[in-house]
Design a protein around this ligand. Sequence first.
Ligand code: BES
Ligand code: ZN
Length: 852
Amino acid sequence: MQDAATATPETIFLKDYTPFGYKVDSVSLTFKLAPRATRVISKIVFSPNPETTDARFFLHGKQLDLKWAKIDGTEIATRAVPGGLEADVPTVPFLWEAEVEISPETNTALEGLYQSNGMYCTQCEAEGFRKITFYPDRPDVMSTFTVRIEGSEKVMLSNGNPTASGTGFAEWYDPWPKPAYLFALVAGDLVNHPGSFTTKSGRPVELNIWVRPGDEGKCAFGMEALKKSMTWDEEVYGCEYDLDLFNIVAVDDFNMGAMENKGLNIFNSSCVLASPETSTDANFERIEAIIAHEYFHNWTGNRITCRDWFQLCLKEGLTVFRDAQFTSDMRGAAVKRINDACDLRGRQYAEDNGPLAHPPRPDSFVEINNFYTATVYEKGAEVIGMLKRLVGDEAYTKALDLYFERHDGQACTIEDWLNVFEDATGRSMKRFKRWYTSAGTPRLSVKESYNKGTFKLTFRQDTPPTPGQKQKKPRVIPIAVGLLAEDGTETHPTQVLEMTKRQQSFKWEKLSAKPVASILREFSAPVILQRETNDTERAFLLAHDTDPFNRWEAGRELSKSTLKAMITTGAPASALYLDSLHAAIRDDAQDPGFRAMLLTLPGQSELAQMLHDDGVTPDPQAIYDAVQTLKLTMAQQMQDTLPRLYAASQVDGPYSPDAADANKRALAGAVLGLISRTDGGKTAQAQYDDADNMTQQLGGLSALLTAEKGEAAVQAFYTQWRHDRLVLDKWFMLQVAHAAPEATAATAEALTRHADFTHTNPNRFRATLGALAGNHAGFHHDSGASYALLADWLITLDPLNPQTTARMCAAFQTWRHYDAKRQDVMRAAMERILAQKDLSRDTTEMLSRILS
Ligand code: BES
Ligand code: ZN
């Protein structure tokens, strides 16, 4: 038995990168499937790599039982070393053969080859292939793969195209050289929802979504999303699909959302299965985006992959950017941009301004699974958005064309990516590169002056120190600005200012009066804007700004300003905010989705972060109380408008997940959340009872819980849906999310004792314990019960599934923002986890970084 987990955790550095000493010319794998004793026989042709002098022959391997190994047909002795094996090999091309035994059934980490409901499936990114066989498991080693699967399963799939099949076996060949992390195998009694697509050059492609029997009815939407993605990528990026077959498989036990294995994408069933009765509008939108995301990886990730895992944002940042463009095109740019900004501020800013801060391209890691972060993904995507804004749309297209042409078939770096932009535009990317190499969110402060027709904006950027990076050099920041006249007309349309220095001024001359500036339109850079302004100006922008993002932003700033006063001084809700909001939501010319966003208040953890930034220690209960008070006041003040708006936002006809209908339901849902605070839950109960789709059923239930009238509905919902595991996840989540602060820990604890709770399924675990961490006032309740409960469950899960355990440790990342007592209790909870014998490398790294 070889086991890397027994080796001491080692830090890997980007600066130590060296190419592997051998090239892999071809890989042939035979799988003899058995739940606890699968045999994997590998035949790999290696040849010395002329690009390196490193002759050490090292193959990764983890939890593998090696039966024998041969070189050129002769059995050899190998040396076990931490993380794998070494062998003496010829200096000319040779054939490596080996047989190992693995146990999919007992693989609870859901990495490598494992079983989920009896179905075999794989997850190899980032370093899971080494749990399947001995191999140079690194993304810069690429090869073609031939696969033979022997087993009694009805369906046996791998990457590429099928080449042969018969009773008890199936064979596959993937002609595109790929790194091992893109390998996939699926075998089980699955059924398919078929489809087809013809590429722009006329290649017919067979499409399938493979699911457990019983789930056939939940595939149609995913199939349409796939076809839309294929068309969009051809039209917008010129990227065409390159195999005869594209398979998607739905799996119930999956650590992440989905995985882009070549020709065989594997999805968490929650991210592909959809039906109006069981999925919300938000589920439909997410499924469309994630199908697009994994499909888009075929070019940005698979055809062009990463040289090493430090370059992860090369594929992830770019692919998130591309899926955001797709969602914008499918469902509307303004709402998508607002959603993305909220998400970035909620998750990435927390990371960037705490102990886990790291650059989009980190320069060291212990466990790579811990770096699939909001910074690599979402900030990585923002960095590309800035690049596009700075060079312009045309130059961006030219650069991407060059990227595909120059690097197809290669494993690349951020340097390669930036060189393409330099060569396509003639601009230096030297300064811009800092976005990739430094951590932390820049604070962008701005001062305004007006004198005799000249308006001046003076910006200053400062980035607070982050772990390992004390001094911060100024970054290139695209600042989109427009000017409005006093009557609200736009006198100067959006222009992108390019800030390159620490401090810099921009002027507008020959103005007839002092303008109102709309700054950082479209959220043009992932910075924190610190503006000298006041609520009157914010209200003006909320009413008049021609940039929808900044119109929403003005409303958000107003809400934060009143909440801050309510929390810290007990002030009543601001009349100016309430009046401006009221006017904005009554404006029927505005998109309902946009108005729904206006009615959504900042999350309580975001408010805690805001208070901390302003030097105030957040009191979670006070934040909770202020938010409740504000919502009640909103409901009372807009009492006449809300029922009318609710009625006007009802959708006629059969349910469709299209943006137009979904946006109306979003507005109706936001309004219902308020109405339920004054009507005793009457409207919510009616909506719950009449609902013919999950969006309205769950919206009704959630509003009933708000009105504290949800008990019967919670029971009824369970009875109705106990046989649908994805709907049941919602049931677990909603109860914890809506629990009052003092009842949150007890609610979650009771649910973990429910017969349908199972901690080995990541969706169910996250629905329950993730919701606990997400209920801000409940998680941070004085009793400390939630901290202890989460710690207990992380301790239970770690030996079984380190990856999901480690991710959830992030719940503690803001611990230093709170008062001394809470800090002590949170530290004790983390130390209790750290003290566990044989704690995983994943969890150890996360908690040590958070505590450091
Ligand atoms: N390549 C990832 C999946 C992955 C991540 C596998 C980490 C192993 C470890 C995939 O392309 C991805 O990014 N999925 C996201 C969803 C996406 C829409 C951002 C996910 O799974 O959350
Ligand atoms: Zn991805």
